[in-house]
Design a protein around this ligand. Structure first.
Ligand SMILES: Nc1ncnc2c1ncn2[C@@H]1O[C@H](COP(=O)(O)OP(=O)(O)OP(=O)(O)O)[C@@H](O)[C@H]1O
Ligand SMILES: [Mg+2]
Length: 286
């Protein structure tokens, strides 16, 4: 089982979109996939259809989410908390997040084991999954730290715009600290699979001149590898996550992975290519 965190401290760069659609594409290649949502915004939890927007009454996720996994050493295994999501066919498992995560960050910070518990609990399910994808908050907080400590690999989505690029300095600094902690617990350094260009303009002039320069500067200026696959700005990616349907006059959100929503789209193809690249780089496919 390989654990991949998807992280950038800058918001809105495509982390969640990458996690859910890459998970779907890897699942379609026959791998058993688990998604862990470590962001209190719970966007991945929404995007995989585990919650309805007006679902306060039926909000049973409040009593059973990633927070419980992190708070308890003995109870709340991943097997117990993970739910099957229908957003993709074949379905895959998701450990949901909840807004409560925000409120409990300080309390969790006091617990010595909070940085390590996810490693142990993932170890317990290592025979159930081939790939685990972790979505993270746009922050340098405890949850981001927990994700990067538990992961074997890191993907850094970026829209390559100036703010995101400046943020890469923080990301690198953060990884350095994480690696320091990993050394103390005798865990290998985090392997950076690369920066993943996301939400990239499809304007052909931009692709031919600006994009190329920006990708090169990532390697030269920040010393970061770049993923070969590029995820372009495609409306379908926003639409598939927001899909809904009216049943008996009540609107239900029914998000779908891009691969189910529009299998023949360019966006679906790009995520298939990304899945192939990632599986090759983590040694799970030729
Ligand atoms: N390649 C894309 N093409 C078009 N829209 C996209 C693309 N990637 C993401 N989006 C849209 O941009 C917005 C932000 O994307 P997303 O939620 O994936 O970013 P994020 O990095 O997870 O944000 P946050 O930091 O808030 O968690 C969403 O509305 C999403 O639908
Ligand atoms: Mg997100």
């Amino acid at each position: 089982m390989k654990v991949i965190a998807v992280y950038h401290n800058k918001g809105g760069v495509g982390k969640t979109t990458t996690v859910v659609n890459l998970a779907a594409a890897i699942r379609k290649r026959g791998k058993r996939v688990l998604i862990v949502d470590l962001d209190s915004q719970a966007n991945t939890t929404f995007a995989t259809g585990l919650i309805q927007f007006d679902d306060e009454v039926f909000d049973d996720i409040k009593d059973s989410n990633i927070l419980h996994v992190l708070q308890s050493e003995e109870f709340y295994t991943i097997e117990e908390i993970a739910r099957q999501s229908q957003f993709n066919n074949p379905e895959l498992d998701v450990v949901p997040s909840h807004i409560d995560l925000m409120q409990y960050e300080n309390e969790l910070n006091q617990l010595d084991y909070s940085r390590l518990i996810l490693i142990d609990k993932l170890e317990d399910v290592k025979d159930n999954y081939d790939v685990v994808l972790i979505d993270t908050p746009p922050s340098l907080n405890l949850y981001a730290r927990i994700a990067l400590i538990a992961a074997d690999y890191l993907i850094i989505p970026s829209d390559l715009k100036p703010f995101a690029n400046q943020g890469l300095v923080n990301v690198k600094e953060f990884i350095k600290k994480i690696d320091g902690f990993r050394r103390q617990i005798r865990k290998e350094s985090l392997e950076i699979l690369g920066v993943l260009a996301c939400k990239i303009s499809t304007n052909s002039r931009f692709i031919q001149s600006t994009l190329k320069k920006r990708l090169e500067s990532l390697q030269n200026r920040y010393g970061l590898k770049v993923m070969e696959t590029v995820i372009y700005d495609r409306d379908d990616l926003a639409k598939c996550a927001e899909k809904s349907r009216e049943i008996d006059g009540i609107e239900r959100v029914e998000p779908q992975s891009i691969l189910d929503f529009k299998p023949d789209s360019m966006a679906a193809r790009e995520f298939e290519l990304l899945a192939i690249e990632v599986l090759r780089k983590i040694g799970m496919e030729e």
